[in-house]
Ligand binder design. Structure first.
Ligand SMILES: Nc1ncnc2c1ncn2[C@@H]1O[C@H](COP(=O)(O)OP(=O)(O)OP(=O)(O)O)[C@@H](O)[C@H]1O
Ligand SMILES: [Mg+2]
Length: 228
């Protein structure tokens, strides 16, 4: 539980540090405006509220009595993109969201958001070596009677011998300080144990920005429409 919380706190903590530093930088330049303060305070409150929710999310992680709700996948994805904003801007990554079908599911909104944050964060790491045109694309559509979320990046893909192990606990190809191998294991637990879905990955060539066909990882999440 503690490991999950620590894992999900690292990104927003980094973003909060960037926001705090941005106040100092703007002030030194004499450009600290009302609008800037208002925007950054909003962002910081959203991030800290999310960190607070994360404590509850993982405290209740194994509790069977927690409540599922009906929600639009698009809202959950947009919320997760908003929470990833600072790390995406910092790494110069463009993120495209394509809503083919505006689907509603019955499940755990916050938990799905943790999964999306993990996958976006992994793409960010894979894109580190790329110099330009760093892209992530998320597509929401109906597929074979289920809600499907595809998350592509153009970071060069997952090593072929690594693919069968990515969802195992503590499996990481990153340096100890950078990765613990918890992210995708936690994501699989959430999708398959808590939401009766399926998560898988492969490498594909994909038209990322309508011009270039580029190689990268694709994570596929299928969630049933179960309703109560
Ligand atoms: N988008 C991706 N592109 C390339 N490789 C990936 C991608 N996503 C995951 N991987 C591979 O899968 C491994 C496992 O991912 P996972 O998120 O579980 O752990 P981690 O990112 O290494 O560490 P942690 O998430 O705990 O910080 C990664 O170390 C990496 O080798
Ligand atoms: Mg990870």
């Amino acid at each position: 539980m503690l490991q999950n919380i620590a894992h999900q706190w690292r990104q927003p903590l980094g973003s909060l540090m960037m926001i705090i530093q941005s106040f100092q930088t703007k002030m030194e330049l004499g450009k600290l405006s009302f609008d800037f303060v208002e925007q950054k305070v909003d962002d910081a409150l959203l991030l800290s509220q999310n960190m607070s929710n994360t404590l509850d999310d993982f405290q209740n992680f194994f509790s069977p009595n927690k409540d599922k709700t009906n929600f639009k996948i698009k809202d959950c994805v947009e919320h997760s993109i908003q929470l990833s904003k600072y790390l995406l801007v910092k790494e110069n990554i463009k993120l495209n969201l394509v809503v083919v079908d505006d689907l509603e599911i019955y499940g755990f909104y916050n938990e799905l958001s943790h999964v999306l944050l993990n996958i976006i964060s992994n793409s960010k790491d894979a894109l580190k070596i790329k110099e330009e045109n760093k892209l992530i694309k998320i597509v929401i559509k109906k597929f074979k009677g289920k809600a499907r979320i595809n998350i592509y990046d153009n970071g060069g893909g997952i090593e072929e011998d690594v693919i069968p192990q990515v969802f195992e606990p503590y499996y990481t190809t990153k340096y100890k300080s950078a990765g613990t191998g918890v992210g995708l294991y936690m994501s699989k637990q959430i999708i398959e144990k808590h939401m009766q879905g399926i998560i898988k990955c492969k490498n594909v060539f994909n038209k990322m920005d309508n011009i270039n066909l580029e190689y990268g990882a694709l994570f596929i999440i299928d969630i049933p429409f179960e309703k109560k």
